[in-house]
Ligand binder design. Structure first.
Ligand SMILES: Nc1ncnc2c1ncn2[C@@H]1O[C@H](COP(=O)(O)OP(=O)(O)OP(=O)(O)O)[C@@H](O)[C@H]1O
Length: 246
């Protein structure tokens, strides 16, 4: 049902920069990949969330180029909605409707489906997750993990070719993380998973290390994650948490 095996699908970032108040949060990112599971690892403040928002077309690059499956996702919002989905760290920043069914229908309506088509899409995704009884449930009664699942269903109902995960497991307990990960593993969309936690990224096909807005290394998880972990342990012995952005 998903359209992820289109030939030639690629993420292409060329000399991408994003500045806030004159400071480069992302600085000359070049990344070309058609891998199925891409990981981006980086510590707090390295620019991960900014990169996620740029990839989803929610921010305009200060300079450089982003193409996802050939689309300029910031300028072409219709193409972006058909191509890229994003899950944020905090579902409370994503959910805007009081009931589960309404929340899922919203994205489908944004994609141009009429009411009946959107309702069918809501039913289909709730069934595929074994949650048809959630349709009229008030979001306010759901646990944090359940809210994450609502976001996941809402995004996947839109059938993205690429799903961007911006640390969606932060703050969740181990069973909830595992259950959400299980749902994600069975979907055919490509994944670009961004995290500070090496454990989230061990299954990546291709991994990038983001540091102070730059990609400083890339490679398979077997080599890159131990190097990243060793560096994080080394930094843990210092006190650079005291440093303010300059
Ligand atoms: N709207 C903003 N205004 C000012 N500075 C910002 C803004 N958004 C991000 N930054 C700064 O840009 C840098 C990168 O932020 P970003 O949220 O992209 O990093 P991150 O790697 O996702 O961090 P974390 O893991 O802590 O969420 C940080 O120094 C942050 O303070």
């Amino acid at each position: 049902m998903h359209r992820c095996d289109s030939a030639g699908f690629a993420i292409r970032l060329d000399d991408l920069r994003y500045k806030i108040g004159g400071r480069a949060v992302l600085d000359g990112i070049t990344l070309h990949s058609s891998a199925r599971r891409i990981g981006v690892v980086g510590r707090n403040g390295s620019g991960k969330s900014t990169l996620a928002r740029l990839l989803a077309g929610l921010l305009a690059p200060t300079s450089g180029r982003i193409r996802i499956a050939g689309h300029d996702v910031f300028r072409d919002r219709r193409a972006a909605l058909a191509t890229v989905g994003i899950l944020f760290q905090n579902p409370d920043h994503q959910i805007i409707f009081p009931r589960v069914g309404e929340e899922i229908a919203f994205g489908l309506r944004q994609q141009g489906l009429d009411k009946a088509q959107a309702a069918a899409g809501v039913q289909a995704v709730l069934h595929s997750f074994g949650k048809p009884h959630w349709q009229d449930a008030p979001v306010s009664v759901l646990s944090q993990g359940q809210k994450h699942l609502v976001c996941m269903m809402a995004v996947l109902a839109m059938r993205p070719q690429l799903l961007i995960l911006d640390e969606p497991y932060a703050g969740l307990d181990i069973p909830t993380r595992r259950q959400l990960a299980r749902h994600l593993h069975r979907i055919p969309a490509r994944l670009l998973h961004i995290s500070h936690d090496p454990a989230d990224l061990a299954q990546s096909d291709q991994l990038y290390w983001l540091e102070r807005g730059r990609i400083i290394a890339q490679g398979p998880p077997e080599t890159l994650l131990p190097a990243f972990t060793a560096e994080m342990v080394r930094l843990g012995d210092l006190d650079d948490i005291a440093d303010l952005p300059g």
